[in-house]
Design a protein around this ligand. Sequence first.
Ligand SMILES: Nc1ncnc2c1ncn2[C@@H]1O[C@H](COP(=O)(O)OP(=O)(O)OP(=O)(O)O)[C@@H](O)[C@H]1O
Ligand SMILES: O=P(O)(O)OC[C@H]1O[C@H](OP(=O)(O)OP(=O)(O)O)[C@H](O)[C@@H]1O
Ligand SMILES: O=C(O)c1cccnc1
Length: 491
Amino acid sequence: MNQLNQLYGTSLALLTDLYQLTMAYGYWKNGLAERESVFHLFFRKNPFGGGHSVACGLATAIDFLNNFRFHADDLSYLKTLRGSDANPLFDPEFLDYLRDLNFECDIDAIPEGTTVYPHEPLARVTGPILQCQLIETPLLNILNFQTLIATKAARVCIAADGDRVVEFGLRRAQGIDGGLAASRAAFIGGSGGTSNVLAGKLYDIPVVGTHAHSWVMTFDEEQEAFDRYADAMPNNCVFLVDTYDTLEGVRKAVQTGRRLRDIGHKMLGIRLDSGDLAWLSIEARKILDEAGFVDTQIVASNDLDERLIVSLKQQGARIDTWGIGTKLVTAFDQPALGGVYKLGAIRGDNGEWQYRLKLSEQAIKISNPGILQVRRFSGSTEHRADMIYDVRSSIHLDRPVTMVDPADETRRRTFDHGDSSYDLLVPVFRRGECVYDPPSIRSIRDTVQQQLSQTPASVKRFEFPHNYPVGLEQSLHDLKSSMIREARLKP
Ligand SMILES: Nc1ncnc2c1ncn2[C@@H]1O[C@H](COP(=O)(O)OP(=O)(O)OP(=O)(O)O)[C@@H](O)[C@H]1O
Ligand SMILES: O=P(O)(O)OC[C@H]1O[C@H](OP(=O)(O)OP(=O)(O)O)[C@H](O)[C@@H]1O
Ligand SMILES: O=C(O)c1cccnc1
């Protein structure tokens, strides 16, 4: 059984906005349900004021789509829906159509863990317009959130600069799936483990845990609390030392650490959860080192995020492991990615593709027409630029290709066949069948690190990051410009 089904039962087909179903009904009524169309899912701005994002959520989307069908109880529910008067919202024959519907779209998507940028499609969905439309909302729900959290986790790990990061967010996450999906995406983005045990089981993420203040408060004396914990689990001792007086707590942990040593075990760490984490970690390190506990790690938690980590490091904090909860799993400073799903092309009555775009007052918000792919140009060590192109335009990679900056058409770059390049979108579904074998979560996590190592430092920096170049292949840019002119001339 797949992971979503394990959690939610057999059917998630109703996990969509009602307007997808009202449009589906409209397509069906108008004989357009099967009309082939192409949609692109993309976002317009990197989150957190950053210069890059990390694609995440594809395996969850595959899970969802592998089980995409309307079950009898879904249809019974839809039957109960009424229009503004007493009439049913949907004809019974439409519900029969939904009952017999087999998912048959093609999907091409950028593999999880890839660094991605504004305007490039993370996924391209091709198929009957009714089906493309029904899956818009769940695809956005899954890819927006996991991409957001994987990006946040990657930023936290960049700040931690090789130190271990663990995710403690479940208690403050946005509900049950918010917690589970965040734990998955945080691990992919680089955290080393989660406190979320169900996420550990479902997604094969290492689970980690210390103890809470309540443990210390259960006993009359802090020393007794540490000793009893050590008796119970001598091989997993990370003592939370800040319940009363933090440095006194460290000294007591040292006492218990000596008892552990006498029975052949190690005190793995102490955890700081309040106060001045820079100063306390420096002082705690001295106490531990002087007592010979040089390997005992210092874990810190308390509303941390990537900027606080940078600041604490600048202050000389001696923290080995960063426990990050609320601000990671809720993407505290930017709670949504803002990814959208736009129609790029639809077959006309004559079977020919007709390209479509959505106009906007802001040029940068005008969607890209066509059937799009992304080509990444890469130097020997770093990614150089991504070019969005139409798969039907015959760009020849044995000849120079030019891409145009959509924000300023005077800025262009030309690449020739000497530049190594590859397409980012890979086949995931063909006629509704999954043709992609998702990598293990650990291998996706490795991909993130490998991708980040090829992302220019100027793009990864937190303050005023460089814009990574993403352009439109010249003929696509020219086509888009003429379509905009034409659309603006329409009465
Ligand atoms: N040296 C530091 N520099 C910058 N921020 C810090 C430093 N030490 C701790 N912080 C952060 O300051 C914030 C507030 O900590 P503060 O000491 O006010 O409350 P607290 O320690 O949580 O208090 P309480 O005892 O109520 O838990 C937290 O997000 C914490 O991570
Ligand atoms: O600060 P976050 O980044 O969200 O990390 C999770 C927090 O959850 C716990 O606190 P809580 O007060 O809930 O319980 P406790 O008594 O175990 O400290 C833990 O001690 C962290 O402070
Ligand atoms: O194990 C921990 O230390 C932990 C778990 C959840 C939340 N905060 C801390």
